[in-house]
Design a protein. Sequence first.
Length: 270
Amino acid sequence: MSTTPDPSAPILLFDSGVGGLTVLEALRAILPQAPVVYVADNAGLPYGSKTEAQIAARVCGLLGRLTERLAPRLVCIACNTASTIALGMVREVLEVPVVGTVPAIKPAAALTKTGVIGLLGTAATIRQEYVDRLEAAFAKGKTLLRYPAPQLVACAESKLRGKAPDRAVIAEAVEGLRRQPGGPAMDTLVLACTHFPLLEPELAEALGDGVRMVHGAEGIARRIAHLLEDQEFVRAEADEIIFTAHVEPGELASRLARYGLERMSVQCKG
């Protein structure tokens, strides 16, 4: 890999849908001048219901083709499910730096006062040995309550399109944690899916006072900035979002433009 990439070479942010916009927002705050191509694999959504083998094959294949086509300076897998399953394989395949997204268990363990931490993610994420290792390394002696909340992904996708999230779905996710042993003492919640921070106001209402939410977007953005330190950035054209299946622009286009994504296309159909 060249140490002096083309100044217009983009950062490639990859997610199954729009969840990675939470990472993009944090990245914009640190590197506002960096060109970005955002890839939403909506043809493969949801990832959380797929097998590990399906996710690994899909993510590696798509990122291999996209990296060849777009020549990014760095790839960020802005998806907890894809990262916990395929990050190592993607790093072996690509010749550019790859930054993943993992559940923010370490900062949550530092914040909790009661010692009870909740973790909301997809079914595929919460069952990974990677999460077991994070718990063993950073939350030893604490209680980590895991709950699969795949319906929140659809809620976040709908919210970005201007539809009100289903409050019953959000309440069920919170209660799924609270009805576990130790659940009433939960004071910290890990949002282990990049979609979920899009629902922070609704989750905060369901949680009530006394529960702090943590996620990894800002830490990921800092990691990207560190790896690209001293590089030159030139945005030759408006940043683009690439979908892998057709979408109706509608209100979505104006909402994406708020994140600086002013062009939309469909590529790498899956």
